[in-house]
Design a protein around this ligand. Structure first.
Ligand SMILES: Cc1cc2nc3c(=O)[nH]c(=O)nc-3n(C[C@H](O)[C@H](O)[C@H](O)COP(=O)(O)OP(=O)(O)OC[C@H]3O[C@@H](n4cnc5c(N)ncnc54)[C@H](O)[C@@H]3O)c2cc1C
Length: 399
């Protein structure tokens, strides 16, 4: 049977990876009637103790999935007054936090809070922890996953949401290591009570010479998330368990705006992480396998869009797969890839450019400041995009 005919049974999706991308895809797929199992290698779902910004393009989709009230409880709304500053604290311009309609759909979230909200909205028993995927086989009729614990699982479609070091990526493209950016990110959380004078509900960026610093609130504003981006040739730490040296972090931002210096005096512990991305992959899909999130389009964090784009990927897949027959899957997945990469290829490149601006890699800083101001239009267009609407339009064309 082909596209357009009534499905004989529910489509079965196996999502590999229970991070933000995998769980959001699970929610989107199950909302559209697809049977979902999420396989996570860790023994329990979990995220690192750090923040993530959820911008209007992603929040719009999460709210449509019915997650609005749960997110409102744990998110920290971010809006007007958000700003880009020079290292000394003088303002360059506002950080856009709303779409063109003025909807200020932006939260700072503790990653674990976001993961909990997503996991709670999945059907019972949809998540199988302790399942490290080690291989994939495909036939004309199905795909079969192998796990390190000896188990196997069969599905009509496999979604690889297993991150930048995806094990499933090699079934789609020739394996290549990700590219190191030359930048290390130190991050952590500080109780808001320690900095009672800190401005509320804003996202702030301080741009220095070769480094930058970001702060925004998470967990209903009870915590402040900070990230210090500094140059480093040491690219080895790729794990959040790498404990950062708080003195090294503080000394990197010596002479910055006194607000930054004061915040750093309060830091007790922090983590660090080498920042990597990839250039756009040649392909995202093969047969019944589709890459999603960082597995498909690992990007630098300077637009705050990695997780947001992963959320969009899941919605696009869910719309395109809804009501389809297992036999149709290999024809549908390339449509997903084509539709998504028009957007993510651009965002991957723009994230690199944003990093150069924030690190002041310009001979003439006035040009940097002009670009920052002009980037407002790009950010608004980023936030206006409605992936569900775009995928529904594409699905209609295909019927
Ligand atoms: C400093 C920094 C700041 C950022 N800030 C933002 C931001 O503000 N906004 C934003 O949108 N994005 C941000 N990002 C990017 C964002 O964190 C990532 O793009 C996003 O988390 C990717 O989600 P994912 O689910 O694709 O991958 P991951 O989060 O890497 O999840 C992959 C999951 O797969 C599991 N897994 C891996 N291998 C296997 C296997 N073989 N079998 C089973 N499970 C497996 C892992 O355990 C993990 O749970 C930031 C990134 C960094 C580094």
């Amino acid at each position: 049977m082909r596209d357009g005919t009534r499905p004989t049974r529910r489509l079965r999706a196996a999502v590999v990876g229970g991070g933000i991308g995998g769980l959001a895809a699970g929610c989107a797929l199950s909302r559209r009637g697809i049977e979902v199992t999420v396989f996570e290698q860790a023994d329990a779902l979990g995220e690192i103790g750090a923040g993530v910004s959820i911008f209007p393009n992603a929040l719009r989709q999460l709210e449509r999935m019915g997650l609005g009230p749960a997110l409102a409880k744990v998110g920290a709304r971010i809006g007007d007054g958000s700003q880009y500053c020079r290292a000394d604290g003088t303002m360059v311009g506002p950080v856009v936090t709303a779409d063109s309609s003025g909807w200020n759909g932006m939260y700072g979230m503790h990653r674990a809070d976001l993961l909990n909200v997503l996991a709670a909205s999945l059907p019972a028993n949809a998540v199988r922890a302790g399942h490290r995927c080690i291989g994939l086989e495909q036939s004309v009729t199905a795909a079969r996953l192998k796990f390190a614990n000896g188990e196997t699982a069969e599905a009509d479609v496999v979604i690889a949401a297993d991150g930048i070091h995806s094990v499933l990526q090699k079934y789609v493209v020739e394996p290549k290591p990700p590219e190191y950016s030359g930048v290390r990110a130190y991050r952590g959380l500080i109780s808001r009570e320690k900095l009672p004078e800190w401005r509320e509900a804003v996202h702030q960026v301080w741009m220095g010479d070769g480094k930058h610093f970001i702060v925004f609130p998470v967990r209903s504003g009870q915590l402040l998330n900070y990230v210090g981006f500094v140059p480093s040739q040491n690219s080895t730490a790729e794990s959040w368990s790498a404990i950062g040296d708080r003195d090294e972090l503080a000394s990197s931002f010596d002479g910055f705006d006194p607000r930054v210096v004061r915040l750093l005096e309060m830091v007790e512990t922090c983590f660090w992480w080498g920042l990597y991305d990839r250039r756009p992959l040649q392909s995202w899909t093969s047969g019944r396998l589709a890459l999603l999130g960082d597995a498909a389009h690992a990007m630098l964090p300077h637009l705050g869009q990695g997780a947001c784009q992963a959320i969009e990927d899941g919605v696009a897949l869910a719309v395109l797969l809804e009501g389809k027959n297992p036999v149709d899957v290999p024809d549908i997945l390339p449509q997903y890839e084509k539709m998504r990469r028009v957007r993510t290829d651009v965002i991957q490149a723009e994230a690199r450019k944003s990093g150069l601006r924030y690190d002041s890699k310009y001979e003439n800083l006035e040009e940097r400041d002009r670009e920052i101001k002009n980037s407002a239009a790009f950010r608004r267009s980023l936030f206006d995009y409605d992936v569900e609407e775009a995928a529904v339009a594409l699905a209609r064309l295909r019927v």
